[in-house]
Design a protein around this ligand. Structure first.
Ligand code: UD1
Length: 417
């Protein structure tokens, strides 16, 4: 068990470099199965979740070679398509591999995926997509077997714009016969990155970033090298860190256009943001104004920013209201914040925050990846020492978190790992 120990209230300033996007890397790593060859990826964050994807590929016969700033994935020797249960359980995104395996082998065997406990995370939309593409599905004591002779392009109308189901539909149909159309597709920047990566590999996909995506099946895909987009949630986390500490920060390697609603809300609160092509400078005044937020699918306010943003609002005078529309159990971290002196009440989808003058350090537990990051952000601004336990959740998604925080002045120690 590892923990962070943070002495709050230090002067924070300087520059922070944002890593490659976790949520773009995971489907792109899954897509590497499709060319049955070599893919060179730049900017993959070194985090637990990408390591788990590599581990699965290696167990099935692939090779993963890490060099300084790149990873070379060779899937030419993969001959198995059964994703090991113990690895599948460790992360939700392992389900994305299924689309990759179906695309290449027309077969995949897997179990229900694990991941952060932020609410029911069913996969029935993914299975519906596969069925629509003519893939047979057998469910046996928690094991799911998908198989077919060939995948024929189809029209898929998603019930809701699920990110994972959209990605699986793209992956499974790149090498299909004919054209696949996805309506009500998710529009996240990570889907656009997946499209750009696959098109560089030789796929014919258009429309990512809109709710209508078309994939014209091709016969084969080639070797590729690709640079992954910056992590927009890590960017947002550091912007909120600056705001809760009422300081200035330059967030480098970040794309403001990927987090427009977060930028808009920070500006509404009174922060000044200077946006350049690849960096954002934030300047937070001492007095901030309250705001209300509602999480929505992209381009709405991202659910993954909800906990960190709400944490920043705990020290803003007045009342802020948060509505979480995507995941039903995404307020567990608020109980930990209350232990630090925050005034938050939750009822169903809604959280009501009454700003307090200060948060106070104490021992808290990370309850999920983003909720855990929120507690670290709280600790940097709290009076006294905050011990954040269970940080394994945070290490799943933030590369070198404590090192980056130290570099901008946070007094933080990582114990146990
Ligand atoms: C992705 C992100 C995650 C983010 C989420 C929403 C990755 C690796 N993870 O997760 O960080 O929080 O998008 O922006 O990219 N749903 C169903 N049935 C399904 C699938 C989803 O009901 O079969 C529901 C979910 O319970 C949830 C909503 O759809 O309420 C959105 O989920 P989805 O977009 O699929 O999220 P993920 O792809 O799992």
């Amino acid at each position: 068990m590892s923990e962070y120990i943070i002495k709050g209230g230090k002067k924070i300033e300087g520059e922070v470099d944002i890593s490659g996007s976790k949520n773009a890397s995971l489907p792109i790593i899954a897509a590497c199965v499709l060319n049955g060859g070599k893919s060179t990826l730049y900017n993959v964050p070194k985090i637990h979740d990408t390591e788990m994807m590599f581990e699965i590929l290696k167990r099935l016969g692939g090779s993963v070679e890490k060099k300084k700033n790149k990873v070379i994935i060779d899937t030419s020797k993969i001959e198995k398509y059964e994703i090991p249960e113990e690895l599948m359980r460790q992360m939700r995104s392992s389900v994305i591999l299924v689309g990759g395996f179906l695309g290449r082998y027309r077969k995949a065997v897997f179990s229900y995926p694990g991941g952060c406990d932020i609410g029911a995370r069913p996969i029935e939309l993914h299975l519906k997509v596969f069925e629509k593409l003519g893939i047979n599905i057998n469910k046996n004591y928690g094991n799911i077997e998908c198989f077919c002779d060939k995948i024929m392009g189809e029209k898929i109308d998603l019930d809701c714009p699920s990110v994972g189901a959209t990605e699986n539909a793209i992956l499974a149909s790149c090498l299909a016969e004919g054209t696949t159309i996805i309506n009500n597709a998710a529009r996240e920047p990570e889907i656009v990155d997946l499209q750009n990566f696959l098109n560089k590999m030789g796929a014919k996909i258009k429309g990512a970033g809109t709710s209508h995506i078309e994939i014209e099946g091709v016969k084969q895909l080639k070797d590729v090298s690709y640079n992954i987009i910056p992590d927009r949630i890590e960017t947002g986390t550091f912007l909120c860190l600056a705001a809760i500490n009422r300081t200035n920060l330059i967030v480098k390697n970040s794309k403001a256009e990927h987090i427009t609603p977060v930028i808009d809300k920070l500006e509404e609160m009174g922060c000044k943001l200077k946006i350049e092509k690849n960096q954002i400078e934030i300047n937070s005044p001492k007095k901030l104004k309250t705001v209300d937020i509602k999480t929505m699918p992209y381009p709405g306010f991202p659910t993954d920013m909800q906990s960190v943003f709400a944490t920043m609002l705990t020290t803003v005078k007045g009342t802020s209201v948060i509505v979480e529309n995507i995941f039903e159990s995404r307020y567990k971290y608020t109980q930990e914040l209350v232990r630090m002196g925050a005034k938050i009440t939750t009822e169903g989808k809604t959280a009501i925050i009454k700003g307090v003058r200060k948060l106070y350090g104490t021992t808290v537990k990370a309850t999920d990846l983003r909720g855990g990051a929120a507690l670290v952000v709280a600790g940097t601004a709290a009076k006294g020492i905050t011990k954040v336990e269970n940080i394994e959740y945070i290490l799943r998604g933030y590369e070198d978190f404590s090192k980056k925080l130290e570099k901008i002045g946070v007094d933080i120690e990582l114990k146990g790992n």
